[in-house]
Write a protein that binds this ligand. Structure first.
Ligand SMILES: [Ca+2]
Length: 327
């Protein structure tokens, strides 16, 4: 299948993502012709206008049971975790953590809302998220919380606000102790092949950015040998390091579902004295983030041997992390 065909499929996926999102309420996978009518007041628009950057946000139907009595009838900030840890890593670009924040509209009317995110001395990649949210929906966006050089390990807070409604997420700035420092971050990454467009560089799998929403615009590797396996992705660690854990982030986003585009089967290998040894295996994966611990080994490079993806077409990896054992 040609590259042009591939891009066309990508465009179709975007169209489906926009047109079909009312289906999120029903869980249906039927095509656009069977879409239920929008439940919000359409006004002059057939569908709600997209958020500021549709590639970076997604809108979900609220789960009624998740609404506390206090939240009913309100527009409130949300976060996908109750606590965040950002390691003050040796490599500056990895002194950060990602979190998904959002605006939940539990009122009876659609709303335009400004979500503000303030983390004090920590830097939030997107301090203001302005979005339209239909009644009973939630709009979400991923943001990076970075730790500047001057901030010492300790406790900080991410404060989210929508109007008078507040949500605070504690943020632990951790020292890069054993098992916490990503040894792959900033290291040289190469692959058996990479897409010739330059938009899917292997080097981006060690840049500290795990956000799959920016796949295709520089973040994330895509190989160049469609339907051919295996593909390999190597990260040089610079010197022999003791490794006990690897985290692989494959493609999964609002635009590209992990169950369709994510890496499915792979081996993790470590190189010692020029020889590769398999230390972990994954089969049948459908998750964006896969963490694997194994008996600690010493090596100077980590390799992912890609054996299959969920569309059986290309290998796609957003980030690869390697850690020392925790003790
Ligand atoms: Ca990356």
């Amino acid at each position: 299948m040609s590259r042009r065909r591939n891009l066309a499929l990508g465009a179709a996926a975007v169209a489906c993502a926009v047109v079909a999102f009312p289906l999120a309420a029903t869980g249906s996978s039927s095509g656009p012709r069977k879409d239920p009518k929008p439940t919000w007041t359409p006004g002059t628009l057939a569908y709600p206008p997209p958020p500021e950057n549709p590639q970076l946000a997604t809108i979900h139907k609220l789960e009624a049971r998740s609404l506390s009595a206090a939240a009913r009838g309100k527009v409130t900030p949300t976060a996908d975790r109750t606590r965040l840890t950002a390691v003050k890593a040796s490599e500056a670009r990895c002194r950060s953590a990602w979190i998904t924040i959002g605006v939940r509209n539990a009122s009876a009317k659609a709303a335009y809302s400004d979500l503000t995110a303030d983390a004090g001395p920590l830097k939030v990649s997107r301090p203001v998220f302005s979005t339209y949210v239909p009644a009973s929906y939630e709009a979400r966006v991923q943001v990076k919380v970075a730790v500047p050089d001057a901030v010492a390990p300790g406790e900080q807070r991410l404060r989210l606000s929508v109007g008078r409604e507040r949500l605070t997420v504690p943020v632990t700035v951790a020292a890069p102790g054993p098992g916490l420092d990503n040894l792959a971050c900033g290291r040289r990454a190469t692959a058996s092949s990479q897409d010739a467009s330059g938009r899917y560089p292997a080097a981006s799998v060690t840049d500290g950015d795990t956000n799959g929403e920016t796949f295709g615009v520089g973040n994330g590797w895509n190989d160049a040998t469609a339907y051919k396996w295996p593909d390999t992705l190597d990260v040089e660690l610079g010197k022999a390091r003791r490794i006990g854990r690897v985290v692989l982030h494959t493609l999964g986003s609002n635009r590209y579902a992990v169950g369709k585009y994510g890496l499915r089967d792979w081996d993790v290998q470590v190189r010692a004295n020029g020889s590769w040894t398999t230390v972990a295996r994954t089969r049948g994966n459908a998750s964006v983030r896969v963490e694997q611990s194994f008996a600690p080994v010493t090596g100077d490079a980590v390799r992912i041997v890609c054996l299959g993806s969920n569309d059986n077409r290309f290998s796609r990896v957003i980030e690869l992390e390697a850690f020392a054992p925790k003790s």
